[in-house]
Design a protein around this ligand. Sequence first.
Ligand code: A3P
Length: 296
Amino acid sequence: MENMELPPRPKLFDFHGVSMTHYFTDNWENIQNFQARPDDILIATYPKAGTTWVSYILDLLYFGQTAPERQTSLPIYERVPFLESDFHILPPGTELADKLSTSPRLIKTHLPVQLVPKSFWEQNCRVVYVARNAKDNAVSYFHFDRMNQADPEPGDWNNFLQRFMDGKMVFGPWYDHVTGWWERKQTHSKLHYVFYEDMVEDTGRELDRLCSFLGLSPSAEEKESVRGGVQFDIMKKNSMANYSTVPIMDFKISPFMRKGKVGDWKNHFTVAQSEQFDEDYRKKMKNTTVQFRTVV
Ligand code: A3P
């Protein structure tokens, strides 16, 4: 794998009003026709909001006790298929999901709410949506795009930030994503909306909330073992969770488990960038009730 020739960076194009790359549209027919099952759990996020963290938590809650061998043999992206992905180095996400023999199936998506296959709504599936404040989300996405050959070239930070504000990102504007899913919560009662900042502040409390949403009642010991296993430093070292087995990511440029902090944006935004961002943010977010914290 190490000497594998890397494909060129993909181009962004408009797809049903959302910026996308071919990696997420090549398999579109199968994605739209995907047959969800009533007990499937959809983990939905904007990229870099804490998808892997929550995926790992859910995997441990459901299978940590019953299938401990998973913990040493199956990387997270095979346990929790990425529905719309078709990276050619792995089978497409729909195929991986169809092949899962576990119940429930945990399925990851970055799709904006309006593009999610309708069977998830028809089957009334549980959805866990993770959202992260825009500034830290943008910083994390920038470093990810530097090291991830499967996304367009990020350019320098200033250009990237402008692109983020313009919504010209893979999976579209952050603003539409977090507000679209927030609105869906009003009509789909089985949607649990989690904030990355809350998870950093008190992982144990958020675990309790997750368990209550999922109808799980792990023992105090099990809960403690999950909480311990999903700490940033532990996950960073865990080759089944840290994406170190993926050949299209160059960890020498930036690791997947980078900092895991709230407020790293302060190390990236200039005062002028921050002010411009805040002003634009107020306009874009004026019609929503969702509130984010940029510090904890
Ligand atoms: P940073 O780049 O800010 O460090 P995703 O899984 O959606 O791609 O999100 C990746 C981001 O979540 C990265 O943010 C990563 O470090 C952070 N992350 C992953 N596991 C974490 C954990 N256990 N605790 C805190 N942050 C975590």
